[in-house]
Ligand binder design. Structure first.
Ligand code: SAM
Length: 275
């Protein structure tokens, strides 16, 4: 099931939304990366070790029993990109809506998921235009929060569209400043070795230029995010370990990639909408 639920792009209303120009730049940046995105070690979820680790983590996060899956549950994958996380969720029995504002990313996710219980939603993660209140049992977002221009707007919207008692799972990391000594050393050693996933200087420059104007330019710290989630109405926020995910995800990759990928403080944070 592949359906475009809403295309909130370039309407008059949308151009008046805060940070419109910066968001357009962010959208263009990700769209240009869509073609090769799945080649990146931190995005592709490998079948033999990666997918089972994801299923374990989802059980812990969503409080499922040992052999339970997400059969019958509706899940919103916020900023689904090429659909890697959506793929794992469908594989785990969920009915998934993959939200993203990049058409190029959605072209990739559609191609991957056309025969799955999945539908595309093209809209801004900070303004879920046309999505009714209390729509989803669970929401999940990987590697989006660091690039939000208005996290408070986003978190309120995510709380609004979850059903009472629903859960939000944020998987992200501190990829910029304020990393620990060990992480900084890993990054430094990785940068001395030959990088099998080089990004062009132009791409790095665009990335840095965008990052320098984002609220999380000094790093994304899970403790601070908890306070923001609580402000949006979430309760019972807690961290869960993602070590297994990244250990599994890094199998078979060359040393510089493993060092670089583990040089960020990665975390998963879960919050509940009040019942
Ligand atoms: C680093 S990628 C992560 C993709 C996917 N979640 C994954 O982990 O494989 C970031 C994604 O967020 C999307 N994105 C960034 N800001 C967004 C926004 N405000 N609304 C909707 N999508 C957004 C981009 O188009 C891109 O697909």
């Amino acid at each position: 099931m592949t359906q475009q639920v809403s295309n909130a792009r370039n309407t008059d209303a949308q151009t008046h939304v805060a940070n419109f120009d910066l968001k357009e730049e962010i959208r263009a940046y990700w769209s240009d990366r869509a073609e090769r995105f799945d080649e990146s070690a931190s995005h592709h979820i490998e079948a033999t070790y990666g997918v089972p680790e994801w299923h374990k983590m989802l059980r812990r996060a969503f409080g499922l029993a040992a052999h339970q899956d997400l059969q019958g549950a509706s899940v919103l994958d916020i900023a689904c990109g090429t659909g890697e996380v959506s793929r794992v969720l469908c594989d785990f029995g969920a009915a998934v809506t993959g939200l993203d504002f990049s058409d190029a990313m959605h072209a990739k996710s559609r191609a991957k998921l056309e025969n799955q219980n999945w539908q595309a939603l093209t809209c801004d993660a900070e303004h879920l235009v046309g999505v009714p209140d209390n729509s989803f049992d669970f929401a999940i977002t990987r590697h989006l929060v660091w690039t939000l221009t208005d996290r408070n707007a986003a978190f309120s919207e995510w709380e609004r569209v979850l059903k009472p008692g629903g859960k939000i799972l944020i998987i992200d990391g501190n990829f910029s400043k304020n990393r620990g000594l060990v992480q900084r050393c890993k990054w430094w050693v990785a940068s001395l070795l030959e990088d099998p996933e080089p990004r062009s200087p132009e791409e790095m420059h665009r990335h840095q230029h965008i990052l320098s104007r984002l609220p999380f330019r000094d790093g994304l710290v899970s403790k601070n995010l908890t306070a923001d989630l609580e402000k949006a109405g979430f309760i019972g926020c807690r961290n869960i370990s993602v070590k297994g995910l990244y250990r599994a995800g890094m199998r078979g990759w060359p040393l510089p990639t493993r060092l670089r990928q583990t040089s960020a403080n990665r975390f998963a944070l879960i919050g509940n909408k009040q019942s």
